[in-house]
Structure formats: structure tokens, C-alpha cells
Design a protein around this ligand. Structure first.
Ligand SMILES: [Zn+2]
Length: 325
């Protein structure tokens, strides 16, 4: 489905099969000599067909279109090899491009297995099969020909002049595009309406939630009238939505502290008791993917509290346990 959202900007809804996100919003921006496509959908038939028919409907081709990928996730980068022609420039940040380029692929299993063990998921009986992960199943083919973008880089297309804003948190190299004159933000998965972007801690070391909250503050300081997000509907009240997202994480941090009480608990034990916007009554009914999502969120909140000095952390039998100081 294509919808014109601004002069020369078209939102293409790219379906994501059997995924709670339902679709990725790709944006096609018509330029003078070169057009720009922002994000792609999964590397799968449904997403591919939608993109091909959108290009037919818009009567455009990838030969004179460049590609901007907001972040490494497969629902945004999946089709990049399929869409790229020899004439296409593909922009992406260095940290995220490194993963898609295969730099971390050999250690991918290791990081994933480490997360399953350290969070307590393996001890809780979860199956260690990365193949079940949609991000793995619909990943782009290894692609290394990126033009790296970083903070402050400018991309011009037609009457739009976008500035690249580093907004790490959802991924290490997430980038938003901002047109200051038009007060327009292409937010990727940094700011979404209704759904809250997933903030997962895959391995200890980086305070991903702290990064995310700082990146939100950064966007809150900008003058924005219209947000074009990577999923669901378009937003007008950027600052209001940022405040809601911050409140959500604040409540979640308090929830985690309440659950901990005087106990020493691991990621799974905390996630089991957290409030989730899901219809499953019992933790045992959570599907495999939802367990990963929930425990990844629990771990990012626990580790943020550890970084703030509120919690202490110890390792027992390769599982991390958190206790109040
Ligand atoms: Zn994402």
C-alpha cells in the first residue's frame, strides 16, 4: 500500500509475514536526478513483492534510486541486496553496517548463546535455535558495499535536505534523518507511535537503555512537526511521544526494582513478573520469540540500574544475578 505523505514523499507499507509488527514503513522520496528509498522490509517473498509492485505503481526504478538504511534489523535492511543496482549508493552507519557486512556474523551465535545462558533462559528450558529468530531468518545477504554515514552528514534529495542524527539505543548505529527547514524527522525505530521500540541488552558492557534515553532527549530538543516512523502510523507530537516513551521506561525501571525487593534475581526471573502488554497469562505460554523480547528488555533495565549504581551484579553458574545495593 502506497500513501503520499508530503510533496514527493511516499510511504510504502511493506508486509512482514507472521510478525506482530505487521509491516515496515519504507519511504520513497522523489528527487531530481536521484531518488531516495529509506528502509526495505524483510528478505522474504511478501516484502519483495510489495516493493516490486510499489516501484511499478510509482513508475520508478532502482537504477536512479539510492538507499538509506536507518539500522541493521532485518525488517529494515532485509532487501538491500535485492534492491541494490550497480548505480545505487547504500548509506548506513558504520557500527550497523559492520554487522550486516558480516563482520560480527561469526560471533553472532556466540553472543546469542551467551545471552541465552547469562539471562537464565537456558536454565528456564528455552531452545537454543537462532534459526527461529525472524531477524536471522529474513536477514539480508551479506553486503559490504556501504557508504558510511555519521552524525552531521547531509543527504539531499529533491527539495529535502536531511541531516544524519546518531541515535543509538535500539541498535548501536541507529540513524534518524532530519530536515530542519521542513521540521521533518524520519525516525526509523527510534520513535514509534503506540508500540515502544524494543531495547534489548544482548551482552553486558554497554548501557543500551541509557544510550536510548539520551538519544530521546537529543531528539526532544529539535523542532519537529512531523515524524515518519519505521512502523505503524505517522506522528505529529514528537515531544509528547518522547515524554510517553520516557515515562514508559521510568515505570518499567520502578517495576523492576519492586520485583527485586530484597532478592537476588536473574533476567528470566524478573521478566516473568514484569507487566507485559501481551495476552498470555502464564510465562510458560509466552512464545519463544516473546520470551527473548521480554528477557532482553528486562536485562537492559537491570543493567541500566547497575550502571546507575542502584544494583549490584554477580555471576553464578554463568547466570547473572542482580541485587539492590
Ligand atoms: Zn528495529
Amino acid at each position: 500500500m502506497i500513501e503520499q505523505v508530503l510533496p514527493d514523499i511516499f510511504k510504502i507499507e511493506v508486509p512482514l509475514p507472521k510478525n506482530p509488527l505487521r509491516a515496515t514503513n519504507s519511504y520513497f522520496i522523489r528527487g531530481n536526478e536521484r531518488n531516495l528509498l529509506v528502509d526495505t522490509g524483510f528478505n522474504c517473498e511478501e516484502s519483495r513483492d510489495a516493493m516490486v509492485s510499489a516501484f511499478q505503481e510509482l513508475n520508478v526504478s532502482m537504477e536512479n534510486t539510492d538507499l538509506f538504511i536507518t539500522h541493521l534489523h532485518s525488517d529494515h535492511a532485509g532487501l538491500l541486496s535485492f534492491l541494490t543496482t550497480p548505480q545505487t549508493t547504500v548509506w548506513m552507519s558504520e557500527p550497523d553496517g559492520y554487522v550486516v557486512g558480516g563482520g560480527q556474523l561469526s560471533s553472532h551465535w556466540q553472543i546469542f548463546s551467551g545471552f541465552l545462558v547469562g539471562s537464565g533462559l537456558i536454565a528456564d528450558g528455552i531452545e537454543n535455535t537462532i534459526e527461529r529468530h525472524p531477524g536471522y531468518r529474513y536477514a539480508p545477504e551479506i553486503f559490504g558495499d556501504f557508504t558510511n554515514v555519521q552524525e552531521g552528514d547531509e543527504i539531499k534529495v529533491g527539495s529535502y535536505r536531511f541531516q544524519c542524527l546518531e541515535t543509538k539505543g535500539h541498535t548501536p548505529g541507529h540513524i534518524c534523518l532530519y530536515d530542519q527547514d521542513k521540521k521533518l524527522l524520519l525516525s526509523g525505530d527510534h520513535i514509534l507511535g503506540k508500540i515502544t521500540p524494543n531495547i534489548t541488552l544482548w551482552q553486558l558492557g554497554e548501557d543500551v537503555l541509557g544510550d536510548y534515553l539520551r538519544s530521546l532527549d537529543r531528539i526532544a530538543s529539535l523542532d519537529v512537526n512531523l515524524v515518519l516512523p519505521g512502523h505503524r502510523y505517522i506522528l505529529n507530537d514528537c515531544r509528547g511521544r518522547i515524554q510517553e516513551l520516557k515515562n514508559h521506561h521510568k515505570a518499567r525501571l520502578e517495576n523492576v526494582l519492586d520485583i527485586l525487593g530484597d532478592q537476588s534475581l536473574n533476567g528470566v526471573e524478573v521478566a516473568q513478573q514484569m507487566k507485559w502488554d501481551l495476552s498470555f497469562k502464564d510465562w510458560r505460554d509466552f512464545p519463544w520469540g516473546q520470551k527473548l523480547f521480554a528477557v532482553g528488555e528486562a536485562m537492559s533495565h537491570l543493567y541500566h540500574l547497575f550502571q546507575l549504581g542502584v544494583l549490584q551484579l554477580h555471576c553464578d553458574n554463568d547466570i547473572y544475578y542482580f541485587t539492590k545495593r
